[in-house]
Design a protein around this ligand. Structure first.
Ligand code: HEM
Ligand SMILES: *[C@@H]1O[C@H](CO)[C@@H](O)[C@H](O)[C@H]1NC(C)=O
Length: 323
């Protein structure tokens, strides 16, 4: 009798342990998350991402940035993809995203391709994370194993986007706290900013720097002033490459530029301006392999910001609207 009671209480214990282990597994992202439920997800996303980048090379940069702008607002939950709707104030209209973040329709297209092979299984948040990695690889950057199992939010926050996304004019303390709020270190910030080895920026984001700053190469400033007039409202949307040397390929020229005072954004040159981050910038400028390895690790860390897992959120059918 007593041994029967002991074994049944053991059973309760084992059951409780199994349940809590399952909960633990669910709360963790894993690269194998879709192995059983959607084994085609990685090749499907890779192919569609490649098609989009072949059509427009810049798209690699735009897609990489979307994952970043997603993760810093409510975590990596695809909140950035939701359009204005009843109860939803779209992050697309936050000032850091408005007429700046791009590639939304590419993500919608990739999602439809994935829905064709595994309907209702793969989240938009995971698609953003996979696409960011594939974009890096397509333009010569590092690869990494993407952890998966994020679910999609049923909410978005324009206010939080405006609070949490960095601005090119921010000072180093502000930028540091913006990253710290996401659990990211100063070193993570330096290495993730290396994304500015690809892509373009609009005149309005670097005008103050090329006309009024002193820690800038004079010839570089003059060159950028040619297509970015000094008066606000003139040529605001004219584009310039963030990396003047190899704007289309992912490499460590971004850091080499900073050593020569040829960072395009105020926030870029801040990282090499006589402060505590100079040493990291100098190290990456000399060692592309170290940059690539640290970048890959930091992207995984960024992709881990507050995911919705288990039964939280949902798997959206269409990335721009809740189910
Ligand atoms: C350190 C703080 C950062 C600031 C202040 C910043 C700011 C900016 C600004 C102002 C632009 C140009 C947008 C435009 O003119 O429309 C830009 C572009 C870009 N940013 Fe950042 N950024 C930061 C960090 C990052 C991080 C961490 C990533 C990725 C992990 C990233 C990826 C990109 C990419 C790829 C582009 C080019 C996008 C395109 O061509 O469409 N940035 N960023
Ligand atoms: C440069 O600084 C001056 C003085 O603060 C300001 O009036 C001017 O608008 C600035 N110019 C640009 C292009 O930012």
């Amino acid at each position: 009798m007593s041994s029967l009671r002991a074994s049944s209480s053991n059973l309760v214990w084992v059951a409780a342990l199994v349940v809590s282990l399952m909960a633990l597994c669910e709360a963790q992202l894993s690269p194998n998350y879709y192995d059983k439920t959607c084994p085609q997800v990685l090749p499907t996303v890779k192919k569609a991402t490649g098609t989009a980048i072949a059509r427009e090379h810049r798209m690699a940069a735009s897609l990489l940035r979307l994952h970043f702008h997603d993760c810093f607002v409510q975590g990596c939950d695809a909140s950035i993809l939701l359009n204005d709707a009843a109860g939803i104030v779209s992050e697309k209209n936050a000032r850091q995203n408005f007429r700046s973040a791009r590639g939304y329709e590419v993500i919608d297209g990739i999602k439809s391709a994935v829905e064709k092979v595994c309907p209702g299984v793969v989240s938009c948040a995971d698609i953003l994370a996979i696409v960011a990695r594939d974009s890096s690889v397509y333009v010569g950057g590092p690869s990494w194993k993407v952890k998966l199992g994020r679910r999609d939010s049923t909410t978005a926050s324009k206010d939080l986007a405006e609070q949490n996304l960095p601005i090119a004019f921010d000072d180093l303390d502000t930028l540091t706290s913006v990253f710290a709020r996401q659990g990211l270190s100063l070193k993570d910030m330096v290495v993730l900013s290396g994304s500015h080895t690809i892509g373009l920026a609009q005149c309005a984001t670097f005008r103050g720097r090329i006309y009024n700053e002193t820690n800038i190469d004079a010839g570089f400033a003059r060159m950028r002033q040619r297509r970015c007039p000094p008066t606000a409202g003139n040529g605001d949307t004219n584009l310039a490459p963030l990396d003047l040397v190899t704007p289309g390929s992912f490499d460590n020229n971004y850091y080499k530029n900073l050593l020569r005072k040829k960072g395009l954004l105020h926030s870029d040159q801040l990282l090499f301006n006589g402060g505590s981050t100079d040493a990291t910038v100098a190290a990456y400028s000399k060692d592309q392999a170290a940059f690539f390895a640290d970048f890959a690790a930091a992207m995984v860390k960024m992709g881990d910001i507050s995911p919705l897992t288990g039964s939280a959120g949902e798997v959206r059918k269409v990335c721009s609207v809740v189910n």
